[in-house]
Design a protein around this ligand. Structure first.
Ligand code: GLN
Ligand code: ZN
Length: 770
């Protein structure tokens, strides 16, 4: 019997229940016990969704992040949080305080401030995890409570303990993701961390757990000898703890690590057979004959319905060889896809309905069931299901509305001039300075201002039809005018319109472009309580009409100062969407780039002098294997240039990026040739600035001077210190002053004092440099 299981299930709820529970708690509207009760309900709901699986994952539910859970389970809590790990055994108020302080700088709204831990993207996904902090003094003290209390609930709901499969992040991946502020390799902690893992596994064994899933996604990376050795050492030590270990890799092939992974002394290996279909056979050849192979056959990262016939072509020969040793699963945790297609009651698509070719988490588990029945009971037993899937996919292939011949033609006629500015940066800079007349250290923001309840209400009512277009537009114009007025009052130099009309920086554009489809509830967790609803790119992309010009022109009419036009770049739109899988990514990206290029030129024609094209997600498209980086970066940077570079020299192009790890791709970032780049910086302790020690970045740059992910208000002094630090590696003439990112998630009362301090600090510095 081929068993089925999953690596993890979405925990946010079909209608984002967890988000609302968390936000109520943080705002002080609900108690710790109410939050814990909600968490319990969410867990039991998750198991309910997975009841047909042979093994059900426990511990994948998290109140914020699974890496943070791992840190707490290892007793690795940042000292500044000032929590005694031994008091945190029960998930009560003390636990929540320490936990949320680490995650977001404070627990509930009226509590004191702490610096939040760094947050960064989980491998090549758009999920963010809380970076574990380690140092010479780090001591681990294992606490299995996170899984054991879930297990207790699990059993109390009538499930057998041996059906529960606790999931942990493996010791090597944990240390790989950890950061140290000292000159110290996290790997030095390996012997200690292994001891902590031993005691976790021991605690599971005592409770009658049979299988433990231990995730080591670092196996997808190209690892050096030290890390490979660490894997060897860890699993030799963790062997024989009384539980069976299923070692899980996902997101990419094992590549050079395939032999290592097959030989590690564990009882099972999970591989991503979607990302690396051909590897399945190699692994089956090499895997010692007592081990289980868990085949990640259903795509856990995308939303397309599986081609079950093709899956069976891969599975059946493996099943003949491995028999019961073959398990089936989604390729990775289903955290990365929305929960349930069934809650989408309306058609998805523009003038069509693509629901028949979609599958979300619940549907993916159903596909898995069909596959296992086909394997275990014969394909006749699921003939109907297989036929339905076949028909849906055949109809999809025949569906012609997805193609636009004009788009295809434009793509065939691209020429090299379209990727280049007319003059080099130095020349453009002269012209832009003359025209924009900006002071030293120009101040600006990244685009969005707080999305107040009123703004969201207006957008909702317009969508529902209770506000007509005229009324809606007037409300938005009022918002924009007010936002501009406030920025002028503060003395900011380059203004923004505030993005009140935008729900989301990708969705807003996708809604107006052909080839994109939208859902109502297909939320995916981004971090903590934050969810995104990625659009679905199902057809050729085309821009029927201008998307932002009216708002931008109105905003500019409210001020003498330059107002930035605000667009999302082609790479980010691509990386934050669910993308069609029938053509290369770079082709889909080029289609989007052309649509954005048209918008850029329309903005310019409407008198907008500064245009920002956000590429927040450029980095997360990087392939996991370094050897594949330059291939990706070349087409990604080219598509940005295709979108941006049609403008005159006098038009100033900005771009913005939401991460600080720059050192390794800085040459490609420079090749984008944006006149100004604003980047996340403050939360990662100026790590960014180190990049400029080695590399002379040629154009202007605004390293973020305060962390917008935290509600804390930065002091003028902290901003000044940051700017001075930046000035050590960046020429003062090149420096801009801005927050780390957009301000939409913050409250008004957090934003305005923060910006006031930013302007004040800047003025002080200008005097010093005058
Ligand atoms: N312009 C966007 C904003 O300010 C950028 C957001 C982002 O980088 N994630 O919200
Ligand atoms: Zn950002």
């Amino acid at each position: 019997m081929a068993r089925i299981h999953s690596l993890g299930f979405p925990r946010i709820g079909a209608k984002r229940e967890l988000k609302f529970a968390l936000e109520a708690y943080w705002a002080g509207h609900s108690s710790a016990s109410e939050l814990m009760e909600k968490a319990q309900q969410m867990r039991s709901w998750m198991w309910q969704q997975q009841r047909d699986l042979d093994l059900v994952t426990i511990g994948d539910f998290s109140l914020y992040d699974q890496v943070l859970d791992m840190s707490f389970a290892l007793g690795n809590i940042p000292p500044r949080v000032d929590a005694d790990p031994s008091t945190l055994a029960v998930e009560g108020e003390a636990f929540l305080n320490a936990y949320f302080k680490t995650a977001r700088g404070r627990s509930v709204s009226d509590c004191g401030c702490t610096q939040a831990a760094e947050m960064t993207k989980w491998f090549d996904s758009n999920y963010h995890y809380i970076v574990p902090e380690v140092g010479q003094d780090t001591q681990f003290a294992a606490n299995p409570q996170h899984w054991l209390s879930a297990l207790e609930e699990f059993e109390s709901q009538g499930y057998a303990a041996n059906r529960a499969k606790p999931v942990l992040i493996g010791p090597v991946s944990y240390l790989y993701l950890a950061k140290s502020k000292q000159d110290f390799s996290p790997l030095d902690l390996l012997p200690d961390v292994i001891e902590a893992y031993k005691s976790l596994l021991h605690a599971f064994a005592e409770k009658g757990i049979e299988w433990v899933q231990i995730d080591e996604p670092v196996l997808s990376l190209e690892l050096n000898a030290d890390w490979r050795h660490a894997l060897n050492l860890s699993y030799h030590k963790l062997n024989n703890m009384g539980v069976k270990l299923l070692l899980a890799n996902y997101f990419s092939s094992l590549g050079d690590n395939v032999r290592l992974a097959c030989d590690l002394p564990v009882q099972g290996l999970h591989i991503d057979a979607v990302a690396a279909e051909k590897e399945a056979k190699i692994v089956a050849d090499w895997l010692p004959s007592h081990k289980v192979l868990s085949l990640g056959i259903i795509n856990g990262r995308n939303i397309w319905r599986a081609d079950l016939d093709r899956c069976l072509e891969i599975i059946q020969p493996l099943h003949q060889r491995l028999g019961d040793r073959l398990w089936l699963a989604p390729s990775c945790s289903l955290l990365h896809v929305p929960v349930d297609l069934e809650v989408e009651e309306e058609a998805i698509g523009k003038g069509c309905d693509i629901r028949s070719v979609l599958a979300f988490a619940r549907q993916k588990l159903a596909e898995l069931s069909v596959l296992s029945r086909a394997v275990n009971e014969g394909e006749e037993s699921v003939a109907q299901e297989l036929q339905a899937s076949r028909v849906a996919l055949q109809e999809w292939q025949a569906f012609k509305d997805r193609q636009h011949s004009e788009v295809r033609q434009r793509l065939n006629n691209l020429h090299s001039d379209m990727y280049r500015r007319q003059s080099v940066f130095a020349e453009r800079q002269k012209q832009q300075r003359a025209q924009l007349d900006l002071p030293l250290l120009p101040t600006t923001t990244i685009g969005s201002f707080p999305q107040t309840a009123d703004i969201r209400k207006a957008r909702r009512e317009f969508k529902l039809g209770s506000l007509n277009e005229q009324q809606y537009k007037q409300l938005m114009r009022d918002e924009i005018a007010q936002c501009i007025e406030q920025q002028e009052a503060l003395g900011l130099d380059v203004l923004v319109h505030g993005e009140a009309e935008r729900n989301d920086m990708v969705e807003y554009f996708g809604e107006q472009l052909d080839g994109f489809a939208f859902t109502r509830f297909a939320w995916v967790q981004s971090y903590g309580s934050r969810c995104v609803k990625p659009p679905i790119i199902y057809g050729d992309v085309q821009r029927p009409e201008a998307m932002t010009v009216e708002w931008a022109a109105f905003a500019q009419s409210c001020s003498q100062k330059p107002v930035k036009g605000m667009l999302t770049g082609p790479v980010t739109i691509l990386n934050w969407s669910f993308v069609r899988d029938d053509q290369p990514l770079k082709e889909t990206c080029a289609q989007i780039a052309l649509a954005i290029r048209d918008e850029v030129l329309d903005l310019e024609a409407a008198g907008i002098k500064v245009i920002q094209i956000d590429e927040a997600a450029l980095r997360e498209g990087l392939p996991l294997k370094r050897s594949a980086w330059s291939g990706y970066l070349n087409w990604a940077v080219n598509n940005f240039k295709l979108a941006a570079n049609g403008v005159e020299d006098t038009t100033q192009i900005h771009t913005h990026m939401c991460y600080s790890e720059f050192n390794d791709i800085i040459e490609h970032i420079a090749a984008m040739d944006a006149d100004v780049i604003t980047i996340e910086n403050s939360r990662s302790d100026n790590e960014l600035l180190a990049a400029f020690e080695q590399f002379d970045y040629p154009n202007d740059i605004g390293p973020g001077v305060y962390d917008i992910h935290s509600p804390n208000i930065p002091s003028p002094h902290s901003i000044e210190t940051l700017l001075k630090a930046a000035n050590k590696t960046i020429d003062i003439q090149q420096l801009w002053v801005n927050p780390d990112c957009g301000l939409k998630t913050r409250k008004q009362e957090e934003v305005w004092p923060a910006l006031k301090n930013m302007v004040e600090a800047t003025k002080k510095l200008r005097e010093q440099f005058a």
